[in-house]
Design a protein around this ligand. Structure first.
Ligand SMILES: [Ca+2]
Ligand SMILES: [Ca+2]
Ligand SMILES: [Ca+2]
Ligand SMILES: [Ca+2]
Length: 342
């Protein structure tokens, strides 16, 4: 406070911006509306009280000393608004607005997208497409419907299964479908092709059979000489079934997997069949004192004149009148009465 002398006395006065008795001074808040002291700030300024005074500060969007505040024309500044925007200055502020046909979206101006606020009109399984200032909803792939309602397309039923490659089953799924190759076929990436089980070894055939690949499966073919089914192949009895016409003078003999034609006894095989063996070509075939006569399938040894058969029909004996017959061979003296002497 300041002290002022007066005749016979003095008084005290508070300094500007303060009030009180002079002995006691308090700050006056000039910024308060009903203050005893008024401030001089601009209407576009903030009044800030200080101890004994106050300061004025222009509001955002204005510039000046606080007592005079003028609007800032932000539009005169560069880069106030983004691209594709027009700037409009306003008292204390400014506005950025998108140029014609563009709409504001997340800080930028983009082509008018009427779907921005309309997507909720579409089904969750539909996509919104802007169209001539409005929009339409289209169900996503695999679904069909109005767009406000979408449901799964049964591709298998709709195409009668032809949506899948040949040799496969079609299975509908929600939003799509699955093609599953038939058993015996494998997926090669683009279509279903037959598996060659005989090559991959993925087959079961019985003994005496051969694996034959067929489309979609395989077959077991009984080997030649065997017959049966896919699980059992047994030898064919060609002889008893009359399947074989063996050559003359031979008999059919069944074997496992085949058969043989065996020449009868007394016959021998040549390239075309069986023919009689000429036993007489061998001098030892007939006993002494006999003549070899070949026959079909056998031979005869008729005794020479004066000789006759013994009881065993093996030898030709000289017939004598002494009551017994004697024949001489290179080995034995053979008596017809049963005696045998060296
Ligand atoms: Ca489907
Ligand atoms: Ca196959
Ligand atoms: Ca056989
Ligand atoms: Ca003969």
């Amino acid at each position: 406070a300041s002290c002022t002398n007066t005749p016979g006395s003095f008084y005290c006065a508070c300094p500007p911006g303060m009030e009180g008795s002079g002995f006691d001074c308090q700050d006056v808040n000039e910024c308060e509306q009903n203050s005893s002291l008024t401030h001089n700030c601009s209407a576009k300024a903030l009044c800030l009280n200080t101890n004994g005074s106050y300061i004025c500060q222009c509001q955002d969007g204005y510039h000046g000393d606080g007592f005079v505040c003028e609007d800032v024309d932000e539009c005169q500044l560069n880069a106030t608004c983004g691209s594709n925007m027009t700037c409009s200055n306003t008292p204390g502020s400014y506005m950025c607005s998108c140029i014609l046909d563009l709409v504001y979206n997340k800080g930028t101006c983009v082509s008018e997208d009427t779907c921005l606020n309309a997507s909720s009109s579409c089904h969750p399984l539909a996509e919104c497409h802007p169209y001539q200032g409005s929009f339409y909803c289209q169900c996503t792939d695999g679904y069909e419907g109005s767009g406000t309602d979408c449901w799964d397309v049964d591709e298998c039923d709709a195409s009668h299964g032809e949506v899948c490659p040949a040799f496969s089953h079609c299975f509908n799924t929600n939003g799509s479908y699955i093609c599953d190759c038939w058993p015996g076929f494998e997926d090669n990436g683009t279509h279903c092709q037959d598996m060659d089980e005989c090559v991959t070894g993925n087959f079961t055939c019985p003994d005496n059979s051969t694996c034959t690949n067929i489309e979609g499966s395989y077959e077991c073919t009984c080997d030649p000489g065997f017959s049966g089914n896919q699980s059992l192949c047994l030898d064919v009895d060609e002889c008893s079934l009359g399947l074989i016409q063996c050559p003359n003078f031979s008999s059919c003999l069944n074997t496992v997997g085949s058969f043989v034609c065996n020449c009868w006894e007394g016959y021998q095989g040549n390239n075309t069949g069986c023919e009689d063996i000429d036993e007489c070509l061998d001098n030892s075939t007939c006993p002494e004192h006999s003549t070899c006569v070949n026959t079909n399938g056998s031979y005869l040894c008729p005794c020479d004149a004066g000789f006759s058969r013994d009881n065993d029909f093996l030898l030709c004996l000289y017939t004598v009148n002494i009551g017994f017959k004697l024949i001489i061979t290179h080995q034995l003296f053979h008596f017809s009465n049963g005696l045998t002497v060296l």
